[in-house]
Write a protein that binds this ligand. Structure first.
Ligand SMILES: [Fe+2]
Length: 284
């Protein structure tokens, strides 16, 4: 199904890792529209959408090819840490998920599932409590931020040698892109950065593009990727079994718990923007 809401159309989306685009033509898809990605011998990339004469706008940023079906008001959001030369850039490939892209972002923001889904890695019983944290919609940048988040983690990162109280900051830059800053086991004054760029193919089907910017000069890249993929595949099982499949936008009847604060802010922000793609409000 093709997106009709301007709020979803007027965004930049990752559609591919730049380095894996071969010379020639490859198929792709975004918001229910079939795309063709054409790379010439000189490396130039053009993206065509079905039933459109003009090629789509494109950008390359963070090692990805980005495009849009609409007219974004803003450039792709900045992530200043990605320019720091001593960070490890770890693209983790694309993962297909049969779920609404908004549910993927919402799950990324949720700490309450750590002990139950990422058992003995990002959480473990009996340390299941989500401590108080702050959530706000930052109007100046039009992003959702959750700060002062913390959780006890048996193995917070591949480089962690023991359990530690891990600090988190979450940031939602656009409806389908998010990132987190978390305690870095190798540096006391800097944060590891993990981004998740979601490419909605259809309302209930996506590709997720995780990428990490780490302070870690010890671990092998393949080990780092495997660690992140293990975490994400655990999430995928949960995401694909969530019902209803589309993100419910009606006022919720259940009493919100502290763990839901970021989810409530995220849904309110989506509603303000008029995002309906991948939600229960989508016009069929
Ligand atoms: Fe998770």
């Amino acid at each position: 199904m093709v997106a009709t809401d301007k709020a979803s159309l007027d965004q930049w989306y990752v559609i591919e890792t730049e380095a894996v685009i071969p010379i020639g033509t490859m198929s792709n898809r975004l918001l229910g529209v079939d795309l063709k990605v054409i790379r010439s011998d000189d490396g130039t990339i053009i993206v065509h959408a079905e039933r459109r004469d003009e090629p789509l706008p494109t950008k390359t940023r963070f090692g990805f090819l980005w495009t849009t079906l609409g007219t974004p008001e803003r450039d792709i959001f900045p992530v200043p840490e990605t320019d720091e030369p001593d960070r490890r850039y770890v693209p983790c490939g694309a993962v297909s998920v049969r779920a609404s892209g908004l549910r993927i972002v919402e799950n990324f923001l949720d700490m309450a599932h750590f002990p139950f889904v990422h058992t003995d890695i990002l959480g473990a019983e009996p340390n299941t409590e989500v401590l108080h944290y702050n959530v706000e919609i930052r109007r100046d940048v039009d992003e959702v931020w959750a700060t002062n988040c913390q959780f006890f983690q048996p193995q917070a990162a591949l480089s962690a040698t023991d359990g530690l109280m891990t600090q988190y900051i979450y940031r939602v830059m656009t409806p389908f892109t998010t990132l987190l800053y978390k305690t870095c086991p190798n540096s006391s004054n800097r944060w590891d950065v993990i981004c998740l760029f979601v490419q909605p193919l259809d309302p209930d089907r996506c590709r997720a593009h995780p990428v990490m910017y780490l302070i870690d000069d010890v671990s092998a890249t393949t080990e780092l990727i495997h660690f992140q993929q293990l975490i994400f595949l655990q999430d995928r099982i949960i995401l694909e079994n969530q019902r209803p499949v589309l993100l419910p936008m009606e006022p919720r009847r259940e009493i919100p718990t502290r763990a839901d604060a970021s989810s409530i802010a995220y849904r309110r922000w989506l509603k303000e923007k008029g995002v309906t793609y991948g939600t229960s409000l989508q016009v069929v």
